[in-house]
Design a binder for this molecule. Structure first.
Ligand code: PEP
Length: 248
């Protein structure tokens, strides 16, 4: 069985005042039965990790460089995230792939760097609307998994997030059947590659998850949690999603 995870992606949102939302979330779930992580912008990683110390809510980054250190202006290595107090990092988000031209090979290098530094890597995959309409969803997702993940994995250090690009921030959500089809196929592809270890890899769904649709999504086979953007910014919204995951 895969462990369950509710992961919040604040993207390029949040100031120090927003740490109150993180603390409110931690107060709402002092002893959760699922893992919870918030991934704020890099400027807030250290202060959020400090604010959440001693709570059940972890802190993560939204990207890391594939190198340990060096002349990479503006970048953040996995080691620097660890030093700031992060335990997780989102990698290969579709916005990184689109805005920064990140390829599967780069995402794989970043994943290897993150795991080597001791972080849990939340590796994102997902098809565009054009790819879905062309009937290519399963092939696209399989190819992204193949290219973005190392050949040898520590199942405790990798999380997969299936995020259809067309569902991110749009309010559009695939049908439960469509989510189930992709998650079942991902589990099969991962089992072919990693054997029994694939059973314990958490498979998150991401794309317009809200408190109102979370329970239905978490009831789908092979959905072990969610990667949540907009609805993770407010503790009141994210709490509804965490509660639904605990009850799933
Ligand atoms: C995301 O940022 O990964 C995401 C899924 O965003 P949203 O929940 O806002 O669609």
């Amino acid at each position: 069985m895969a462990r369950k995870l509710a992961a919040g992606n604040w993207k390029m949102n949040g100031t120090r005042a927003s740490l109150a939302e993180a603390k409110a979330l931690a107060d709402a779930f002092p002893t959760p039965s699922v893992d919870i992580v918030l991934c704020p912008p890099t400027t807030l990683v250290a202060s959020m990790a400090t604010a959440l110390q001693g709570t059940a809510v972890a802190t993560g980054g939204q990207d890391c460089h594939q190198n340990v250190s060096g002349a990479h202006t503006g970048d953040t290595s996995a080691e620097l995230l660890v030093d700031a107090g992060a335990s997780h990092v989102i990698l290969g988000h579709s916005e990184r792939r689109a805005d920064h031209g990140e390829t599967d090979a780069l995402v794989r290098a970043k994943t290897e760097a993150a795991v080597a530094a001791g972080l849990i890597a939340v590796v994102c995959v997902g098809e565009t609307l054009a790819e879905r309409e062309a009937g290519e969803t399963l092939a696209v997702v399989r190819a992204q998994l193949q290219g973005s993940l190392p050949d040898a994995i520590d199942a405790a250090k990798i999380v997969i997030a299936y995020e259809p690009v067309w569902a991110i921030g749009t309010g559009k959500v695939p049908t439960l059947e469509q989510i189930g089809e992709v998650h079942t196929d991902m589990r099969a592809a991962l089992s072919d590659r990693y054997g029994q270890d694939a059973q314990s890899l958490p498979l998150l769904y991401g794309g317009s998850v809200k408190p109102s649709n979370a329970a239905d999504i978490f009831a789908v086979a092979d959905v072990d949690g969610a990667l949540v953007g907009g609805a993770s910014l407010k503790a009141a919204d994210f709490s509804g999603i965490v509660a639904a995951l605990q009850e799933a």
